[in-house]
Each structure stands twice: as C-alpha cells, then as structure tokens.
Design a protein around this ligand. Structure first.
Ligand SMILES: Nc1ncnc2c1ncn2[C@@H]1O[C@H](COP(=O)(O)OP(=O)(O)OP(=O)(O)O)[C@@H](O)[C@H]1O
Length: 622
C-alpha cells in the first residue's frame, strides 16, 4: 500500500455524492455492528484458542481435580458423622483420624490445584488478548481508506479497548467461575444421587425453574449488552472526534454544543447500564428465592426421613451442605452470565470488524516494476479508460484517459469538489478505479506489491502529519533503514536543517503529538524531507490551502521545488504561483479534465485557466 507520508482528515460519508449523481445507498459500514458471516465469532474464538490447545486441556484437567478435592468435603463430613463418630463411641479413633487426614489433604490439594489453575488460565487469557489486540490493530491498518472514511476511528478504538476489555473480564474472571460452577454442579448432583436418590432427584427438579430463569435472563440481558456496547462506542467516538478536532472545536466555540451532545450519549449509556444492573438484580433475587425454597423443602423432608429412620443424619447434613454449595454460586452466576453476554456481544463486533476485507488488496500474482536507473526522472503514469465512484456516492470521475510522461510536473487546478484529490488518490492507490486501470511504467497499480507501490508513489497531503517520536524518526519513515547522515542530508536539501538543529535536542527532539512543538511550515518541511529520503518515482502533493507567513512560504516553495525535481509530480495546486513551476496544467471541472496544456498555452488560450490567472495577476497588482 502506498505510504501516506502525511495525513488529512477525509470527508465523512454522505458528503461525497457527485453533483447530480444518484442518491447514496444505505451504508452498512456506517453502523456500529458490522455485518459478519454466520459463526464468525465462534470461529474467531476457536482460532484464538487453537494455539493454546494443550494449555486449555491442562486447565480443564486441573479444574476437574480441584473441584473433586473441594466437593469431597461434605461427603467426608457425612462419613465422619455416620461412621467416624460411632467408632469413637466404641473407643476406635482410627476411622475419624483417617477421615480428618483425608479432609486436610483435600483442602491443601484444592488450594494448590487452584493456584496452578489460575496461573495457567491467566497465561492463556493474556496470550489470547495479546493476539486479539494485535489482530485488530493490523487489520484496521490494512483496511482501505474507503473503509476508514465510513467507519470512524473511534469505533475501531472502541473495538480494541472496551470490547477487548469485556473479553478480558470473561476470560480472567468469568470463565474460571463459569467452569467452576458447571463442574461443581455436575459433581454435586452426582454426589447427591450417590448419597441418596431422593436428595439427588429433588436437586435435579429444582434446576428446572433455574433453567427457565437463566434462559429468560440471557435473552433480555443479551439485548441490553449489545445496546451497552454500542452506547459506550458512541461515547468513545464522540471523545475521539472532539479531541481529534480540538482546534476547530475551540476556534468555533463548539464546546457548549458538544457538551450537550456528549451529555445525551453519556446519559444513554448510563440508562442502558442501569437497565442491565436492574435485570441482574431481578435474576439474583429470583434465584435466591428458588434456592431458599429448595433448601427448606429438602431440610424438612430430610428431617422427616431421619426421624422415620429412612435417612442417616450425616447424609442429611452432607445433603444440606451440598444443596447450599449448589445454590451459592447462583448469585455470582448472574455476574458470570453478564461477563459472558457482554463478551459475546463484543466478540460479535470484533468479528464483524475482522471480517471486513481491504478494498485495495495486495496482488496474488504481483508484477515487478521495470528497473529504473538513477538518470531516469520518475516513471510514466497512465490513466487508461478510468472512471470512479465512491461507494457512498455517484460517479465522481466520468471515464477518461490521461498520460503523464516520466519526469513531468503536472499541476491540477479546479474549483473545490472538482475531483482533483480523487484523481490523486487513484494514483496513490488509496482507491481502485471503478472501471479502467492506472498504470505505472505500464504495470497496473493493482499488480504491484505494497513495497513496490511504496517506492513508486508517495502522496503528501495538506496537513503534514507527524507521528510521536523524534524529528529524525519522523523523517526516517520515508526510509526506515536510513542512516543519520542520510536523514541530515535530506533535511539539508530541503532547507530544514537549520530549524531542526536549533531545536532543544536537534534531530532527537520529540515532536510530540501531531508535531505540536513545531510550526505548520516546519512540519511541512519535515514531511518533504521524508519524501526526499523515500525517493519515490512519483510524488503527489496536495498543496496546503492555508497561507503560511511570507518567509515560511518561501522556504516551503523552495523545498517543494526540490522534492518535485527529477520525478513525475502531480501537484494539486491551490496557489497559482505553484502552477508557474509546472510543465503542464490540468484544469478539472465536475470530475472532467476540461483544459490540458502548458501554463503559457492555457494563459493565452482564453479558457477557464486564463480567467483564473488574470484574476490572480490583478489581485497581485492590487
Ligand atoms: N470519501 C468520499 N466519499 C464520497 N464522496 C467523496 C469522498 N471524497 C470526495 N468525495 C466527493 O467527490 C467529489 C470530488 O472530491 P475531491 O475531494 O476529489 O475534490 P477536490 O477537487 O480535490 O476538492 P478540494 O479542492 O476541495 O480538495 C466531491 O463531490 C466530493 O464530495
């Protein structure tokens, strides 16, 4: 994929219909829930756990052993009451001593096994989350600009933060308890049947209302958890957009309006959250009622049977203990189901994101670019019968063909919305043409490897973007293996060396977020040095519309001339002074190239450009 060495906010969806174009179709990507194929979440979970199969199996074995040790307790107590105590009455301390020793071993063993289980389970879950976060990050980076135009970055952040977090809660806290509950229920029911068939049957019967309750809770809470995850994503999106655009927010005094919009989203999140808590409270209260009724019935019925000599006292004591243990985790079960519901809603959303495929995929059968000698200026660019529509709008560029010979500097001018940036983005392969081909030295851009494309074409957009890191690191993005000498040479050629050397730590100065510590013109210079170092055959420059201060402008203009030299260059020109350095000018209007010629030809030609040029000259004279 082409390196966008600088960045510029893209128009949002819906802003893009061409004048008179057909109405935009509803956009599935505009929703928080991206469509995913059936079973995608399950497959995702499977693929995350598969590398840890061995550990997962060991975790299961540890849990089975640990629960066996824990659940042996009441059985040993029953034996102690019914066999150990009568033996003590007959002065035989042996059986009770043995039972006490076994009890102790079980208690200690259960503790040790729990420790091993928690350690191993934590390691598996941490590795799974590490893998998942990495997958989301890599996938989001690989998705095309078209996707990011429509699915805001806040949503991607929400996927890799709050959604991964709910999965973490399930894996770290919920899953362990869920497995413990399931295993203990199986053990306890079996033990109750072993102790006394009636007790086992009574416990089994009481599961039915619990099952009905759980089913209805899952259904209702599932819906609420989806809503909650969407609501928190909206809060994150709003945060992200506000802070990402903090300059316009403050410039236009949008704080109050933003506050109330945020308040609405925040309140909605609070309400949905409140509903989930209420739903959980309903579950807990009802399950306690079921538990207490079951316990009372078993105790009364058991006492009656003990009195009738039908049941041993120790068995009743163990039965009551087991039934308590059976229902004790029910309170936590609601919480576990919460984790589960919330995590499965999140997993669906993550699977939806990961199911999106890039619109500009890397080729399966790449074609290498013809080799280029140092003396060759740039590469030839051909737009062959190209037309283009954005996915959410009508046709923006009707079919056209265009050849840019190697080494030519082409200025593209035209009214706002004429299609200049779209043309440039097709050349940078941010998008693929709807019809036709874009060729670089005769090779379709779609057939180039990402590395060849990166070396072939670089686009510098209006807002020179600096990543956090040092100035040197920011320049080296153009060529990661570059030495310090190469970096400095590029900066010197661009005319950026003086200001960089004057920074507190020179090239090692951290530019901080978005290069806030250096001026807009200086950022532009760093971005140019980056391109010079990358040395692409074709450079596309989306010239800044904002005027810089006069000395700054001169420095930027000089740097631009250096960057354009000896390569094929496409400049989206907002200043007519830039056009003067071009070999050729393309005038665009409504997505069509309406004039094409050298600056002199067009100035004398009496078309749109000559009018624009006259107006510019007049404004300079005035
Ligand atoms: N991501 C997008 N999705 C849908 N339509 C878009 C998108 N980006 C641009 N458009 C539409 O395509 C048309 C051409 O836009 P483009 O950005 O290429 O114009 P431009 O000449 O570069 O304008 P400017 O000088 O203002 O940057 C416009 O109608 C615009 O609304």
């Amino acid at each position: 994929m082409t390196t966008a060495v600088t960045d510029r906010p893209e128009p949002r969806e819906g802003a893009g219909a061409s004048p008179g174009g057909p109405q935009a179709a509803p956009d599935p990507v505009a929703d928080d829930d991206l469509p995913a194929p059936r079973g995608a979440s399950r497959r995702l979970l499977g693929s995350l756990l598969r590398p840890h199969r061995g550990s997962v199996l060991l975790v299961a074995v540890l849990l089975l052993l640990q629960q066996a040790a824990v659940q042996a307790g009441p059985l040993l107590i029953a034996l102690a009451i019914d066999r150990g105590v009568p033996a003590v009455r007959a002065d035989d301390f042996g059986p009770l001593g043995v039972l006490a020793a076994v009890y102790l071993v079980c208690a200690l063993g259960a503790g040790l096994l729990l420790y091993a289980f928690v350690r191993l389970a934590a390691r598996v879950s941490q590795n799974v989350l590490l893998d998942l976060r990495g997958r989301i990050y890599r996938h989001a980076q690989a998705l095309s600009l078209d996707f990011h135009d429509r699915y805001t970055s806040g949503r991607v952040i929400s996927r890799s933060t709050s959604d991964v977090q709910s999965l973490r809660e399930l894996l770290d806290e919920g899953l362990q308890e869920l497995l413990t509950v399931v295993v203990s229920v199986v053990y306890i029911t079996a033990l109750l049947f072993y102790l006394d068939f009636g007790l086992g049957a009574a416990a089994l019967l009481s599961f039915y209302p619990v099952y009905l309750l759980t089913r209805s809770y899952r259904r209702r809470a599932g819906k609420l958890f989806r809503q909650r995850s969407t609501a928190i994503a909206s809060v994150i999106v709003r945060f992200n957009e506000t802070l990402g655009g903090i300059r316009p927010v403050q410039a236009f005094r949008r704080e109050k309006a933003n506050d109330s919009a945020f308040e609405r989203l925040n309140r909605h999140h609070q309400q949905v959250n409140g509903s989930t808590i209420l739903e959980m409270a309903r579950f807990v209260i009802t399950s306690r009622i079921i538990a207490n009724v079951t316990l009372a019935v078993i105790a009364l019925w058991g006492a009656h049977r003990v009195a009738a000599g039908d049941l041993a006292l120790g068995v009743l004591a163990a039965g009551v203990l087991y039934v308590r243990r059976l229902y004790d985790p029910l309170d936590r079960f609601a919480m576990i189901l919460n984790y589960y519901q919330s995590a499965s809603a999140s997993l669906d959303k993550i699977a939806g994101l990961l199911a999106q495929s890039p619109d500009v995929p890397a080729p399966r059968d790449p074609v290498p670019l013809p080799s280029r000698t140092a003396s060759m200026p740039g590469r030839e660019v051909v737009f062959d019968q190209v037309s283009f529509s954005y996915r959410t709008g009508g046709e923006v560029l009707p079919r056209f063909s265009l050849t840019l010979p190697a080494g030519q500097t082409v200025a593209v001018v035209g009214e706002t919305g004429a299609g200049k940036s779209t043309l440039a983005k097709l050349l940078a392969r941010f998008y693929d043409p709807t019809l036709g081909r874009v060729l670089l030295d005769g090779v379709d851009l779609r057939r180039l490897t990402p590395a060849d494309l990166r070396r072939g074409v670089v686009m510098v957009t209006q807002e020179a973007f600096l990543f956090s890191g040092t100035v040197a690191e920011n320049i080296a993005i153009g060529k990661p293996e570059a030495s310090r000498e190469e970096i400095e040479r590029a900066a010197k050629a661009i005319g950026a060396h003086e200001f960089i050397a004057a920074l507190p730590e020179g090239y090692d100065t951290d530019v901080r977020k978005r290069g806030g510590r250096i001026s807009a013109g200086q950022r532009q210079l760093v971005a140019f040095a980056r391109v010079l170092l990358a040395d692409p055959a074709v450079v596309i420059l989306d010239e800044a519309t904002s005027s810089l201060d006069v000395p700054g402008e001169k420095a930027v203009q000089d740097a631009m001339t250096t960057v354009l030299k000896d390569r094929t260059a496409v400049v989206i020109a907002h200043r007519l002074s830039t056009v003067e350095i071009a070999d050729r000018v393309l005038v665009m209007d409504g997505g069509r190239i309406v004039e094409d010629g050298s600056p002199q030809e067009l100035i004398c030609g009496g078309g749109q450009f000559s009018g624009l040029h006259r107006a510019w000259r007049d404004s300079l004279a005035g």
